[in-house]
Design a protein around this ligand. Structure first.
Ligand code: CP
Ligand code: NVA
Length: 311
């Protein structure tokens, strides 16, 4: 079934069934790839990828995903097109819709992605904003599902900043009904209003715990991310100090249930938020998680573009 929304801006916009459909298709296509090339259903179709911030995984995985489905992709720098400076967002959205099958955007202010989506007639995919990183969490959910077998009674301990990745985990908890514990220093949590909206009417749960050892106590997954996100480089030194007790190191991992999976969206600052021995440990599924960006996004593209009447 095609997804009911034109755009993929936030996990909160989708039902549990839709999210599971993306994950299940991702797992199926991943298995199909072992048997041979996928159907070139996107022959003649192009994905535009607008980047206002750097990327390794998001850029390469989206480009490879389009290629594997018989289509192509185009890297577009925000500097070049100047959404809102060189050209009004509504004009950019309408013009791109005349050429492309879909557009992925990585930018700072979430409202830029929303405005583009509002004016484009093609699917707009959020490839990371200051607010959210939904594609990352789709790959993460797929990875947990593969390793653990299901997402039932899941507790994810996110040790670090209440950032775009943490918020998307909370949105997923709200839709799929699991528990997120954010272990962070006081003042670095997720906004109350965001949490209330994400969890409204759901069995999903969220707790902020300012003691790292207490935060990992019941974790099935120990997740971390950089302490200073892209755009927060000026705060890096201050944040290094504030977060120093929240490093995912063997001592902290030792406080968590044995067998808890180690996850990181990458890029990692080894020696800051996570140590080498933890990222390389037996329970680390960090590189499966990185690989699954490709599979989850290919499935997402298949479902969004297939039903969208795109060129
Ligand atoms: N995790 C992630 O989005 O990686 P990139 O910033 O390299 O795309
Ligand atoms: N929180 C990080 C995620 C990078 C994939 C950032 O926004 O820089």
């Amino acid at each position: 079934m095609p997804l009911t929304k034109k755009d993929f801006l936030s996990i909160a916009d989708f039902t549990a069934d839709e999210l599971n459909e993306i994950i299940n298709l991702a797992i199926k296509q991943k298995a199909d790839l072992n048997k041979g090339p996928l159907e070139p259903v996107f022959r003649g179709k192009t994905l535009g990828c607008i980047f206002h911030k750097p990327s390794l995984r998001t850029r390469v995985s989206f480009e490879v995903a389009m290629h594997q489905l018989g289509g192509s992709s185009m890297f577009i720098t925000e500097k070049e097109i100047g959404i809102g400076s060189r050209e009004a967002p509504q004009d950019v959205g309408r013009v791109l819709s005349r050429y492309l099958a879909a557009v992925m955007i990585r930018t700072f202010d979430h409202s830029i992605a929303e405005t583009l989506a509002k004016h484009a007639t093609i699917p707009v995919i959020n490839g990371l904003t200051d607010l959210l990183h939904p594609c990352q969490i789709m790959a993460d959910l797929m990875t947990v599902q593969e390793h653990r077998g299901n997402l039932d009674n899941l507790t994810v301990a996110f040790i670090g900043d209440g950032n775009n990745v943490a918020r998307s985990w909370i949105n997923a908890a709200g839709r799929l009904g699991f528990r997120v514990v954010l272990g962070c220093p006081a003042g670095y949590g997720v906004e109350r209003e965001f949490i209330d909206r994400a969890l409204a009417g759901s069995s999903g749960r969220y707790e902020e715990i300012n003691d790292p050892a207490a935060a990992v106590k019941e974790a099935d997954v120990l997740y971390t991310d950089v302490w200073a996100s892209m755009g927060q480089e000026d705060e890096a030194a201050k944040r290094r100090q504030a977060f120093s007790a929240f490093q995912l190191n063997p001592e902290l991992v030792g406080q968590a249930p044995k067998g808890a999976y180690i996850m990181h969206c990458l890029p990692a600052h080894r020696g800051e938020e996570i140590t080498d021995d933890v990222i390389e440990s037996e329970n680390s599924i960090v590189f499966d998680e990185a690989e699954n960006r490709l599979h989850a996004q290919r499935a997402l593209l298949t479902l969004l573009v297939q039903g969208g009447g795109a060129h």
